[in-house]
Design a protein around this ligand. Structure first.
Ligand code: MD3
Ligand code: FE
Length: 215
């Protein structure tokens, strides 16, 4: 019985979403006292902005980046860039707390060799959404993507390799991490319109960090 209680206390609740994709509930919580101040420092150096898609739409999700590579979109297309186009400077470095969290989660999900060089930071305010898409701007799809949820809960949509494949929905809560690799790395996914609410630490928003191997 003691072993059972020890296991329940120490192991994150894990759920397999698809082959290669795993949800680790609450795994951020021991890191959040380091991660949240580091996030504020990054946003001080590279403020959130609403980027424009190649088709001319302004995204409802505000974004920033840290790490050697940052994901950007403008009228000319989607790409990873070493320079923040708003500041003309390199993106802030990946904070050690971000890297520690990403490596622990990736290892837990079966990706012990993950070495992210990019962290896209998404900020959702009530009403913001991310339409169904694939993440395919990275050079090497053998790297997983590690996704960290903070603040208000969101409904995450998860499909398959084809846009028309059936969609499953999951609630992503403050402290959850999802890791996507292997056969599910190129699956379509999105986030439905954020419902209004208030989170004790982050207020009226949701923040998502996605760690990537871009270059
Ligand atoms: C499944 N972000 O930034 S993270 C994105 O919550 C993005 O902000 C969402 O999609 C968010 O590109 C969802 C979960 C996620 C990220 C990458 C994936 C799920 C994925 C790649 C393949 C399959
Ligand atoms: Fe995505």
């Amino acid at each position: 019985m003691n072993d059972l209680f020890a296991t329940l206390a120490l192991e994150p609740a894990r759920e397999t979403l698809a082959e290669g994709a795993m949800l680790l509930r609450g795994i951020v919580l021991p890191f959040q006292d380091r991660v949240l101040p580091a996030l504020r420092a990054v946003i001080g150096q590279a403020p959130f902005r609403h980027m424009v898609t190649p088709g001319g739409y302004t995204m409802s999700v505000a974004m920033s980046n840290c790490g050697a590579a940052g994901w950007v979109t403008d009228r000319s297309g989607y790409r990873y860039d070493r320079i923040d186009p708003e500041t003309g400077k390199p993106w802030p470095a990946l904070p050690s707390s971000f890297l520690d969290l990403a490596l622990v989660a990736a290892k837990e999900a079966g990706y012990p060799n993950f070495r992210p060089d990019a962290c896209l930071i998404n900020r959702y305010e009530p009403g913001a959404k991310l339409s169904l898409h694939q993440d395919k701007d990275e050079r090497d799809f053998s790297h997983p993507i590690v996704s960290v949820s903070l603040g208000l809960p969101a409904t995450f949509q998860f499909g398959g390799l084809n846009r028309t494949d059936p969609i499953r929905k999951y609630a992503l809560l403050h402290g959850d991490v999802a890791v996507w690799g292997g056969p599910s790395r190129l699956f379509y996914h999105g986030v439905t319109e954020l419902k209004d609410g208030h989170h004790g630490t982050l207020g009226r928003m949701r923040i998502n960090l996605t760690f990537r191997g871009a270059f």
